[in-house]
Design a protein around this ligand. Structure first.
Ligand code: ZN
Length: 280
C-alpha cells in the first residue's frame, strides 16, 4: 500500500479509459453493476477529499483525481496477484499483501473485491452476528464488504493525491514511507468517521498507532503537515524553504523505534537501518 515500486518518475503515466477498460475486462472479478457502485463511492470520496484537503493538494494531483474513479480495478485474490505481476513486470518488489494499492504506473487503484476478507471478519464476530434477527443478519456480510471496500478506496485515493517526492536518500526513504502510511491511515480514519461512521469498525492495530502518530504531528506542527504529506511544494522561494524545514522536522520525528512501531521497519532490520548513512 503505497511505497516504492522500483520505477522512476519518468515512467509514471495515467492509463487511458481504453487501457483501464481492457484491464478490467481481463482481470476484474466483479459485475458491471458492482463496478458502477464502487465508482459512485469513489466519486463521493473524491469530492470530499478535494473539499476538505484541496488547499493542500497540488493542481496536477487534483486534476488526476477528477477521473480516478475510471481507474479502479476490483479483483479476486488470484487476479490481484496476476495483475500485480503482469502490470509491473520490471518491479523488483513482489505483489503487495495488503487489501489494495495505488500504482503510479497507470494511476490505477488495484484492490481486492473483499469477498474473502469479509468472510474472515464475519467469522470473528460470528457469535454476535448469528444472534441478530434474520433480516438484519442477511445484511451483515454485504455491509462488512462495503465497509472494507470503502475504507481501502479512501486510503488509496488519498495516496493517489500525493506528489512523488523522488526520495531516494537512504534513511529518508523509510521516513517518507512512514509519513505516507501514517497520513493515509489518519485521513482514512477521519473520512470514515465523518462520512461512513457505521462502517468504521475495522481498525487494525497497525493503523491505530499510525493514526495517533499523524494526529500528533498535526497537533505539534499544524495544518501545514498536510502540505508535506501531499508533497505540495510551494513555488515562492521563502515558502519553499519553510516547507523544506518543516519536512525535515517531521522526518526527524521518525526515529528507529518509531519506524518499527508504525510497521515500516521490521525489528530485525532496525540494526541495518541504524547503520545506513544519514542524508542531510
Ligand atoms: Zn498505504
Amino acid at each position: 500500500m503505497g511505497g516504492k515500486e522500483g520505477y522512476t518518475k519518468e515512467e509514471y503515466f495515467t492509463a487511458s479509459d481504453d487501457i483501464a477498460d481492457s484491464i478490467k475486462a481481463e482481470y476484474s472479478s466483479v459485475s458491471p453493476e458492482e463496478q458502477e457502485f464502487v465508482n459512485v463511492i469513489a466519486q463521493g470520496i473524491k469530492d470530499y477529499v478535494v473539499q476538505t484537503y484541496g488547499e493542500h493538494i497540488s493542481k496536477d494531483m487534483k486534476e488526476m483525481l477528477e477521473t480516478a474513479n475510471k481507474r479502479i480495478v476490483m479483483v479476486d485474490n488470484e487476479g490481484f496477484k496476476n495483475l500485480s505481476e503482469d502490470w509491473k513486470p520490471e518491479s523488483a518488489l513482489p505483489a503487495p499483501e495488503g487489501a489494495a494499492y495505488f500504482s503510479k504506473i497507470g494511476n490505477l487503484v488495484i484492490m481486492r473485491d473483499m469477498i474473502e476478507h469479509s468472510k474472515v471478519i464475519w467469522e470473528q464476530g460470528k457469535e454476535m452476528f448469528e444472534s441478530l434477527p434474520e433480516d438484519q443478519k442477511r445484511m451483515v456480510l454485504p455491509y462488512i464488504r462495503f465497509s472494507l471496500v470503502t475504507q481501502a478506496l479512501i486510503h488509496e485515493l488519498v495516496h493517489s493525491c500525493q506528489e512523488d517526492t523522488g526520495e531516494h536518500r537512504n534513511k529518508n526513504v523509510y521516513r517518507r514511507m512512514a509519513l505516507d502510511e501514517c497520513g493515509a491511515s489518519c485521513l482514512t480514519d477521519k473520512i470514515m468517521k465523518e462520512r461512513y461512521p457505521k462502517g468504521n469498525f475495522l481498525e487494525s492495530k497497525d493503523s491505530k498507532i499510525r493514526i495517533d502518530t499523524f494526529n500528533y504531528l498535526l497537533g505539534k506542527y499544524g495544518d501545514e503537515v498536510y502540505d508535506v504529506f501531499f508533497n505540495n511544494v510551494p513555488e515562492v522561494a521563502v515558502d519553499k524553504a519553510r516547507h523544506e524545514e518543516l519536512q525535515k522536522n517531521i522526518y526527524s520525528e521518525f526515529g528507529t523505534k518509531k519506524l518499527v512501531q508504525v510497521g515500516i521497519l521490521d525489528d530485525d532490520k532496525a540494526g541495518v537501518y541504524d547503520h545506513m548513512s544519514e542524508s542531510w
